[in-house]
Design a protein around this ligand. Structure first.
Ligand code: NAP
Length: 322
């Protein structure tokens, strides 16, 4: 089968289209023929080892010190089941599925085997493979952070970076949970963010949300420009700051803030749970959640997709089609 392989860390030029061995499903595994995948900010970080400040060494130890241990990127996919292992009972050949392999990666290939108990679920009939492929990365991240924040209906939520993969999911999900949402984005994305459910939109190029005198129960920072030192006066008493992107210096104050104030900082990697995929699929079926899609690239031009995602300017999700 064809796969996009990277054998060293670096710029998008390290990505090569190669012939590799097609996987064979084990007893409890399904073999998925991949129709669509995404290139996420996470793929680009892992490819380039451009990690939040202070996490470079840890990332190298985890991913491979001198060269990548897992050489096929890609954290989310959609496709159809081509074969199943003898012990599989949850899925059948021909089922349309979408999946989140997370740090297991391996979705930038024609086929992938996954355990039937992994984060893989049936694709709702009303979703295309492209839409289904873009459900998981932003959606599960936003869901996990809101769960850890114990978001309540009626709370005021500000999403900094509301036009990215995590931001577009966070705006829709916060709205779904009954919060009043403020999105922070640039002028060109204001209409989009409003259409996703934000009641208020702040253009970060012209206004600084921390200087407006407004306060929020929950602030979600997907950009890394709203650490506690900058956001604390914009948090209500009991407010939670969700640092989706945080360097080590942003995380060091967490215990001190916890001990000395009613406010809380929540950071760290989001959980990868099959229940969250099922929840997102249910919302997508009713139209309450729709992944935002920016550009599509053919599989063979995946390096161009990486270059675009590297720019930091993508809107929602970038799709690769196989
Ligand atoms: N903790 C975790 O488990 C976890 C999980 C997923 C992702 N992440 C991290 O979260 C971050 C966000 O991921 P993502 O995939 O959502 O990113 P993304 O889609 O690449 O974000 C791009 C968006 O950010 C906007 N943006 C750039 N600078 C901005 C600013 N100063 N203020 C407001 N918006 C700005 C851009 O809009 P304009 O072009 O209009 O500026 C663009 O639409 C990444 O660093 C990723 O590594 C962490």
């Amino acid at each position: 089968m064809k796969a996009i392989v990277y054998e060293s860390y670096g710029a998008p030029d390290v990505l090569q289209l190669k012939e590799v061995e097609k996987p064979v499903p084990k007893e409890n595994e399904i073999l998925i023929r991949i129709h669509a995948a995404t290139v996420t900010s996470g793929d680009c970080r892992v490819r380039s080892l451009n990690m939040p400040f202070g996490f470079g060494l840890i990332a190298r130890l985890f991913l491979g010190v001198s060269r990548p241990r897992r050489q096929v990127l890609g954290t989310e996919l959609a496709g159809a089941i081509e074969a199943v292992g003898g012990g599989v009972s949850k899925f059948n050949v021909g089922d349309r599925v979408f999946a989140f392999s997370g740090m297991g990666m391996g979705c930038h290939a024609e086929y992938k085997c996954m355990s039937e108990d992994a984060a893989v679920v049936l694709t709702p009939d009303n979703l295309t493979d492209e839409q289904a492929a873009a459900m998981s990365f932003g959606g599960t991240t936003a869901l996990d952070f809101f769960r850890r924040a114990k978001l309540q209906p009626g709370e005021r939520v500000l999403v900094n970076g509301a036009s990215g993969a995590v931001g577009t999911a966070a705006v829709q999900l916060a709205r779904h949970f009954g919060a009043e949402v403020t999105g922070v984005c640039s002028t060109t994305n204001m209409e989009l963010v409003r259409s996703l459910g934000a009641t208020h939109v702040i253009d970060y190029r012209h206004e600084d949300f921390t200087q407006k005198g407004e306060t929020y129960d929950v602030i979600v920072d997907t950009v890394g420009t709203a650490p506690f030192s900058r956001s604390q006066n914009s948090l209500k008493e009991g407010g939670r700051l969700l640092l989706v992107l945080a360097g080590l210096p942003d995380m060091l104050p967490i215990p001190w803030v916890q001990m000395t104030s009613s406010k809380k900082i929540i950071a760290g990697p989001a959980a990868e749970r099959v229940e969250d995929l099922l929840f997102l699929a249910t919302l997508a079926e009713t139209g309450a959640f729709e992944p935002v899609i920016d550009r599509h690239y053919p599989f063979a031009q995946i390096a161009d997709a990486h270059r675009y995602v590297d720019s930091g300017r993508k809107i929602g999700n970038v799709i690769v089609t196989l």
